[in-house]
Design a protein around this ligand. Structure first.
Ligand SMILES: C[S@@+](CC[C@H](N)C(=O)[O-])C[C@H]1O[C@@H](n2cnc3c(N)ncnc32)[C@H](O)[C@@H]1O
Length: 242
């Protein structure tokens, strides 16, 4: 088909793909196939992303697996087309992964992708916002995980507010970030502390395998902090709420 994008890794990335996906490489190729066809047609992946689906998306996300302990439960917040959560589930059959995404069009794609890749035993899709999932609001069942992942969802302060309550005590937020990681840490470390998080750490994943390595900010959930209570409305002299 003219213009069709191949789902197999380009030759220069074949070694990295084998290293990161091992004997699950054919499953990763099947997922890439869904992304570059259905994912593009349904508007989950930009057409310009299709030719770089391996280096910018699949390998970039799979590199983060090295930061996730064996047998972890993972909540991927703002999964979109499954990045990084579905990639991690493909690369790591030991993980139990929940893909959290508020938009129905995206969760529909995710549910179909999970079924087509035969991953239903280890992956569930939950429609909702991170802040609802933490509190059990909006009719969504409250969930927590050992590791909470997020890529391209929000700046670090908002991400910490949404995601730290989703990590079990002692669990971690692993946020995939770009070149801004060090500045984001400097800017938001005080807020993270107030939210019960430990000192944010910047790690580079996949060094020597993917170029450039994937930068992540990791924050441990050290303390459980009650959510901020809404401020009471100001009263007028007559004691009535304004
Ligand atoms: C730019 S997309 C990134 C998607 C995917 N993580 C990726 O890297 O391709 C941001 C995603 O976050 C989702 N999102 C936005 N606010 C959210 C919230 N409060 N809770 C959970 N997901 C949210 C959006 O619906 C969207 O799918």
């Amino acid at each position: 088909m003219p213009g069709a994008v191949s789902a197999t890794p380009p030759p220069e990335l074949a070694t990295a793909a084998r290293t990161l996906f091992g004997d699950r490489l054919s499953l990763a190729v099947a997922y890439a196939g869904l992304l570059v066809t259905d994912g593009v047609v349904r508007g989950l992946i930009g057409p310009r992303e299709a030719p770089r689906i391996w280096d910018r998306h699949l390998l970039n996300c799979a590199a983060v697996a090295e930061r996730i302990p064996l047998g972890s439960t993972v909540l991927d917040v703002g999964s979109g087309a499954g990045l990084p959560g579905l990639v991690l589930a493909v690369a790591r059959p030991d993980l139990s992964v929940t893909l959290v995404e508020p938009l129905a069009r995206r969760t529909a794609f995710l549910v179909e992708a999970v079924a087509q890749l035969d991953l239903a035993a280890s992956v569930q899709v939950v429609r909702g916002r991170a802040e609802e999932i933490a509190s059990g609001g909006g009719g969504v069942e409250p969930l927590t995980g050992d590791v909470v992942t997020a890529r391209a969802v929000a700046p670090l302060d908002r991400l910490a507010r949404w995601c730290l309550p989703l990590a079990v005590p002692g669990g971690r937020l692993v946020a995939l970030k770009g070149a801004s990681a060090v500045e984001e840490v400097a800017e938001h470390a005080a807020i993270v502390d107030r939210l019960g998080g430990g000192r944010p750490e910047v790690h580079h994943c996949g060094a020597g395998v993917v170029e450039p390595p994937t930068t992540v900010i990791e924050i441990a959930r050290e303390r459980v902090v009650a959510p901020a209570r809404p401020k009471p409305a100001k009263r007028s002299r007559g004691g009535r709420r304004r």
